[in-house]
Design a protein around this ligand. Structure first.
Ligand code: AHR
Length: 335
């Protein structure tokens, strides 16, 4: 969590000074209208993690459409899940003298140097979706995003309901598919889940195997296949996102087992494909993580530009869903 982070001094092993790394993708989208109060149009530089999941696609769409709606000039860069690409993008935004920089950091550490460069040029930085660890609190203004530790706790609590509903008796042997190594949602979701497990299930639950699937379907599929080889008696899967759960389902079926029955599955996000898998009985419960952060982000950017004070952490509202809610909820899912 943001307020519990240790302050680390990070060394950024990146040489690039300005300009985007060759493999990062940048696009410019400028709207013709001016921002809110009729003043100069705000130029926002946004560095996105990548396009690793359905959640990320929905988040990108939300940011782009909200920027258009707000009348901002958006400089959007896709880092393809590489920190060095994000650092290069941020340096490029600084060189282009954007008004505000926003980014969703691929990992939590290693940002001090580039954030100091933005501060030296008086360009405010807003974090969105994921947080960072910095040596200096003043290096970013605010975080607009979810409480990932709480999502981990909620996943453990909803697993209790899933086990009860399935009439599960005996030991719970959990496989955990972690998100990208070093990313805030991977660290914090694992932490929140473990917190509940250590407090309430010391004797009956055990994480027998845990590895990163990098938040991707391919990663989830590949790692789950290996889990099933090494631990064929797994009876629960906790996946840090829906995409990895969906990939894992393919491996579970290929191993001749029934997802949602032989292996109970809890995942996080709540994307449409996750709801489809839930309505087919293959995922047992989903903890929602809301990707539609664009409108809140644009509001904050305007306030920051106007010199207004904003909260240090603007949290997102989210719900939890059990399998029996999936069919009703599916038609209303926007992403
Ligand atoms: O940071 C949010 C996480 O990143 C989402 O849960 C996951 O799907 C995405 O890749």
């Amino acid at each position: 969590m943001l307020n519990r982070r240790n302050f680390l001094t990070a060394a950024v092993g990146v040489a690039a000074a300005t300009g985007l790394a060759a493999c990062a993708k940048e696009d410019d989208s400028s709207s013709t209208s001016s921002s809110g109060g009729g003043g100069k149009k705000i130029t926002l530089g946004f560095s996105q993690v990548g396009s690793e999941s359905g959640w990320r696609t929905a988040n990108t769409d939300s940011v782009k459409s909200a920027a258009k709606e707000a009348g901002y000039s958006l400089k959007f860069s896709d880092a393809q899940q590489k920190q060095e690409n994000q650092i290069s993008a941020i340096r490029s935004f600084i060189a282009q003298k954007v008004d505000v920089i926003a980014f969703s950091p691929v990992v939590v550490t290693g940002w001090d140097a580039v954030l100091k460069e933005a501060k030296a040029k008086k360009i405010p930085v807003v974090l969105t979706d994921r947080s960072v660890e910095t040596s200096d609190d003043s290096l970013f203004v605010t975080l607009v995003g979810s409480d990932f530790t709480d999502e981990g706790r909620r996943a453990a609590k909803i697993l209790e309901k899933v086990l009860e509903k399935a009439g599960h008796k005996g030991n719970v042997k959990i496989a955990q598919l972690e998100g990208t190594t070093g990313a805030a949602p991977a660290i914090e979701r694992a932490k929140g889940f473990k917190e509940v497990m250590d407090a309430d299930h010391k004797d009956d639950w055990k994480i027998v195997v845990s590895q990163t699937g990098d938040f991707t379907r391919a990663g989830g599929k590949q790692v789950m296949a290996a889990f099933l080889q090494s631990n064929p008696d797994i009876n629960v899967l906790f996946a840090h996102n829906d995409d990895m759960a969906i990939g894992a389902i393919q491996s579970i079926e290929a191993a001749g087992k029934k997802p949602g029955k032989d292996i109970l599955i809890v995942s996080i996000d709540g994307v449409k494909d996750g709801f489809v898998a839930m309505s087919e009985g293959k995922i047992n419960a989903i903890v929602e993580c809301n990707p539609l952060l664009g409108p809140q982000l644009m509001e904050v950017v305007q306030k920051v530009k106007d010199g207004e004070t904003v909260e240090r952490w603007i949290k997102t509202k989210e719900s939890d869903f059990m399998q029996d809610q999936a069919k009703d909820a599916l038609p209303t899912r926007k992403y």
